[in-house]
Design a protein around this ligand. Structure first.
Ligand code: ATP
Ligand code: MG
Length: 561
């Protein structure tokens, strides 16, 4: 039986329609066009997966195009980070392109527009121009400079380019229609004077083209067939087409702009501008802080490229904006890590257990499978001794029948080891339990095949031998914002919803096989969650991140509210 055909999304339908109407498949070409003004986030991952996914599906090239027309906000650091992130997600671009490489061509076309009487230099202040814009229901007013002669426009535009004018003194505007029902068509600005060095063109230019003038023409220069952008650009499409009309050669591909809905993720913000604020205000430790919804933050947190691609593919693309719950992203990373991570034992919140009938000074090395989901992951040895740590939460002096962990007089199995029974415990003056005394059943060793080893007890606990334990810093992360849509409140700034407990740092005790773990290594800490070694980790002073808990504890908390 063949697999059911995957249903096409609306962008694929548009492409299929074009192919049916005779557009040659070999001419298909896509692009992913980030502005290098910040690090890519999980919203961009949707756009990357969409564009590069189409490239793979249609065997068509995909360009990585930097939309770098605003030198006040753009930096080489961001250019490099974007490349790293797209590559890490597993995609390969055909050509690395920069809108700034087209500055000369764009300038020449602008000169042509002036010559055709379709662009003019306006010498009013931005306030004056704003006053003439009109409203969606009232037409705007023509600028007093609208009818400048071609010669004067050419002279002034050249002066703008040559650096003869201060910022804000002149702009170049397209001469379209001040009464258009689309406000964007009311003589949009094409160029402004900016005496700022650009990260690539340095001081070659002191006029910079605006987004609308740049984007469509860049698509045309690169012969992009389908220029996919987010919904806020829908009203720009008319202008995109108008600008193309001025330059398109009918023999060549005419790009099409089509829009899809921006993806938002709950309990975070997906906007480079807002994320920059978190970085600049020191709320997080940089763009790759593991709490950030950036690709680099997710990578550092222990997310895999596969999990992000699967997440993006599952949510697909939509025509209407919505918020995807972050627990869906977490579902995908759990699902992947469950397959690939080795299981190890670590205790986050330790209490000491002394096994009183286990000989002092003795140790033994027990066998454990690394991953029950993957036999090829092999086995390793873990030491057992008279003194071990278990989690504080795993012991109670008294508990009802539903408590399957350790209680006085009760038995549990220590994972991969023996059955123990709690006999007594010691407390400090505040009533905190400082030590639990247990006995073990020497014949109950896991895997030994004895009758006792097969005896069923209700609970199985993870543990770590104290003399062999390796201490490590463990960073436990929670949602960065307490509100599901922190930037969705009209009267409140998103920063008001910051979760003060988004990072908790503890010292945990790990089984000794982890002593040699290096940044990037991932593990399932049994019964606790998925963890990876952080970039800050050093031999002898290990640092781990909790990527995600084993189960969705947040959903449980929400239900209890
Ligand atoms: P931001 O507001 O975060 O800066 P942007 O749209 O200005 O986002 P760009 O660098 O211009 O960022 O985006 C590159 C591409 O990624 C664009 O095609 C844009 O539409 C798309 N994109 C950005 N954010 C999202 C999102 N949340 N969901 C889907 N696509 C997105
Ligand atoms: Mg932007």
């Amino acid at each position: 039986m063949s697999a059911p055909a995957k249903s096409l999304n609306f962008i694929e339908h548009i492409i299929e329609e074009d192919l049916k109407n005779g557009f040659p498949k070999e001419k298909l070409r896509f692009r992913f066009p980030p502005e290098p003004n910040g690090y890519l986030h999980i919203g961009h991952a949707s756009s990357i997966c969409l564009n590069f996914g189409l490239g793979l599906q249609y065997n068509a090239p995909v360009n990585l195009r930097y939309d770098d027309t605003n030198p006040t906000k753009e930096e080489q650091e961001y250019v490099d980070a974007i490349k790293r992130d797209v590559e890490w997600l597993g995609f390969q671009w055909d050509t690395e392109c920069y809108a700034s490489d087209y500055f000369q061509q764009l300038y020449d076309w602008a000169v042509d527009l002036i010559k055709m009487g379709k662009a003019y230099v306006d010498s009013q202040s931005s306030e004056e121009m704003a006053q003439q814009k009109g409203t969606p229901t009232e037409p705007g007013t023509n600028s007093p400079y609208r009818d400048r002669s071609v010669e004067e426009n050419l002279r002034l535009f050249e002066g703008m380019k040559n650096g003869d004018f201060e910022e804000g003194t002149h702009v170049l505007r397209a001469k379209i229609d001040m009464a258009s029902t689309n406000m964007l068509m009311r003589d949009p600005i094409m160029y402004r004077v900016l005496h700022k060095a650009h990260h690539r063109t340095n001081t070659d230019w002191c006029i910079y083209p605006m987004y609308d003038w740049t984007h469509g023409e860049s698509d045309y220069i690169e012969q992009i067939t389908h220029s996919l952008c987010t919904l806020e650009f829908l009203p720009h499409r008319e202008l995109y087409d108008w600008f193309l009309d001025q330059v398109v050669d009918p023999e060549k591909v005419r790009p099409k702009q089509r829009e899809f809905a921006r993806r938002n993720l709950s309990h975070t913000v997906v906007s480079k501008r807002k994320l920059l604020r978190l970085v600049e205000d020191g709320i997080v430790n940089g763009w790759d802080d593991p709490r950030m919804p950036t690709i680099s933050g997710l990578r550092r947190r222990g997310y895999t490229p596969e999990s992000i691609r699967n997440f993006s593919d599952t949510i697909g693309i939509a025509k209407r904006e919505n918020v995807v719950d972050v627990s869906l992203l977490e579902f995908h990373i759990r699902e992947h890590l469950n397959k690939i991570d080795s299981r190890v034992m670590a205790v986050l919140n330790p209490v000491k257990v002394v096994i009183t009938n286990y000989p002092e000074g003795e140790e033994e090395w027990l066998h454990s499978e690394n991953n029950p989901e993957d036999e090829s992951a092999g086995t390793r040895k873990i030491p057992f001794s008279r003194e071990i740590y278990i989690e504080q939460e795993d012991f109670r002096e008294q508990a009802n029948r539903k408590f399957f962990r350790l209680k006085l007089g009760g038995e549990v199995r220590l994972k991969n080891a023996y059955i123990i029974k709690a006999e007594s415990c010691t407390k400090d003056e505040n009533g905190n339990i400082t030590e639990i005394q247990c006995t073990y059943d020497p014949k109950s060793k896991s895997g030994s095949g004895t009758e006792e080893s097969l005896r069923k007890v209700k609970g199985t606990l993870h543990w770590v031998s104290i003399p062999h334990a390796v201490p490590a810093e463990v960073r436990l992360y929670d949602r960065l914002f307490t509100d599901p849509t922190p930037d969705g409140h009209k009267d409140k700034d998103f920063m008001e919803f910051l979760n003060p407990e988004s990072l908790k740092t503890i010292t945990a005790y790990l089984e000794p096989s982890l002593a040699s773990a290096v940044p990037g290594d991932r593990f399932q800490f049994q019964r606790l969650g998925y963890f990876n070694v952080d970039l800050d980790s050093q031999p002898g002073s290990l640092v781990f991140n909790r990527t995600v808990t084993l189960r969705d504890t947040w959903a449980k908390l929400e239900q209890q509210k």
